[in-house]
Design a protein around this ligand. Structure first.
Ligand SMILES: Nc1ncnc2c1ncn2[C@@H]1O[C@H](COP(=O)(O)OP(=O)(O)O)[C@@H](O)[C@H]1O
Ligand SMILES: [Mg+2]
Length: 416
């Protein structure tokens, strides 16, 4: 008779429309089976897809940890997450307190304060102010006329106009001249807009996906359709720039306590310019990530198990003073990045995480490699392609993704 586990753990999945990564996560968790912790205790970890229900603010929450891909746009479960974090101590990969209040604009401000090379950015007042009875008086008294052209000229053309809390390229326009400037501003309506210096002629667009203590820096090509945006490319940055990009992503994630986020930088020459650092709960679909999908799922699994089994506690306090002390010191830019890295590593418990993966999950990479080689994995790909693309394109996309995943299999052989 199999011995009983000492402890049962439950991971909640809060999902939107996606089916691929939750299925992958559940399948891998099942394949992994019971886990023996460093102290010899046996743990059984299962997952459950959460449904949206009325909830009492005092209600028990059975989940040790919740992975959320829904709350960034659907508010009822977002409020449940806040209750679970505050009342029940449930572990969440992204703090709902900071990711609701800290949008792109706050990330720019934090990065500026920390000394990073954010392009010149100006926030302008609403084109169409919010509908509020008090507005007429406030506008007459405080909303001074301003010279949009002068701001644009100071930044220089071309420039980007984009919402202060943007995401998914909503409302983003590249503005080349005065006419386009006024057109874009007129169309911005009730969105609050930044004007931002364009990083023209950049060499590389790098996108860093962070999942807990792991970060994958990927070569991103925004001009291509979604299935082609991530290039399978391991040498697109020099070692120095690569570690700078990594350090910046880990810094901003540690600063805001974001553990599942993607960050975008434009690299021109040796300069690294962060442009978009608040994409909590990013898309990790197999049809976007392809080659990097097995990495993302295993990182999500490892980090969830690390947090659950080691009893990692959520850190809701931001401790910004520690970061600002470094920012305000006499150190050079490179020295600051190194000092920030120590704070990031401490936040992510990187060493303890690595040790946990090596000792408690020694077989996980093999379980992932076997799973990616299995018919179940191909079945997942086939179902996702069928659900994502029109029928006439199924064969083309299946060929495309199977080819990219074959490269992953070659790079990650099953060890015996
Ligand atoms: N300052 C900039 N310089 C050059 N390109 C930019 C700049 N800002 C945005 N872009 C381009 O516009 C795209 C969308 O802007 P981004 O800030 O990432 O908005 P979103 O949050 O909607 O993704 C970027 O992926 C990039 O291609
Ligand atoms: Mg972006």
């Amino acid at each position: 008779m199999a011995s009983q586990p000492d402890t049962l753990h439950l991971i909640g999945l809060l999902l939107g429309a996606e089916e691929d990564w939750p299925r992958a996560f559940e399948e891998l968790l099942g394949r992994l089976g019971p886990i023996q912790a460093a102290d010899g205790t046996k743990h059984e970890v299962t997952s459950q897809r959460l449904t949206i229900e009325p909830f009492d603010l005092r209600q028990e929450v059975r989940h040790d940890l919740v992975i959320d891909r829904l709350a960034y746009w659907y508010y009822h479960p977002r409020e449940w997450l806040k209750k679970a974090a505050l009342v029940n101590g449930t572990y969440l990969l992204n703090s709902p307190f900071t990711f609701q209040s800290m949008e792109k604009h706050s990330a720019y401000c934090a990065m500026l304060r920390l000394g990073l090379k954010v392009p010149e950015t100006v926030l302008v007042p609403y084109k169409h102010p919010v509908d509020n009875a008090r507005w007429a008086y406030t506008a007459a008294k405080y909303n001074r006329p301003f010279d949009l052209d002068a701001i644009a000229e100071k930044l220089g053309y071309p420039l980007f106009m984009k919402p202060f809390d943007g995401g998914g390229w909503r409302g983003v326009s590249k503005v080349r001249n005065r006419d386009e400037l006024h057109l874009a501003y007129d169309e911005s309506g009730e969105m609050l807009m930044h004007l931002q210096e364009s990083i023209e002629g950049y060499d590389v667009f790098a996108r860093s996906l962070t999942i807990g203590a792991e970060t994958m820096v990927m070569h991103f090509r925004p001009e291509l359709p979604m299935h082609d945006r991530y290039a399978v490319d391991h040498d697109f940055l020099t070692a120095e720039t690569g570690s700078e990009v990594l350090a910046i992503a880990r810094l901003i994630n540690a600063f805001f306590r974001w553990e599942f986020n993607s960050c975008e930088v434009l690299v021109r020459g040796t300069e690294v310019h962060p442009i978009d650092y608040a994409n909590a709960c990013p898309d990790i679909a197999i049809t976007s990530l392809h080659y990097y999908f097995p990495w993302a799922i295993s990182a999500l699994l490892k980090w969830s198990l690390f947090c659950t089994l080691t009893g990692r506690r959520p850190r809701l306090d931001l401790e910004t003073a520690k970061y600002f002390e470094i920012a305000d010191s006499q150190r050079s830019y490179a020295e600051k990045l190194t000092a920030y890295a120590a704070l990031s590593e401490a936040y992510f418990q990187t060493e303890r995480y690595r040790d946990f993966c090596a000792t408690v999950l020694p077989d996980l990479d093999d379980v992932v490699a076997e799973w990616v080689a299995s018919p179940q994995f191909d079945g997942l790909l086939v179902d996702t392609v069928r659900a994502t693309y029109p029928q006439a394109e199924h064969d083309r996309f299946l060929g495309h993704f199977r080819g990219l995943l074959d490269i992953w299999r070659t790079d990650h052989p099953i060890r015996f």
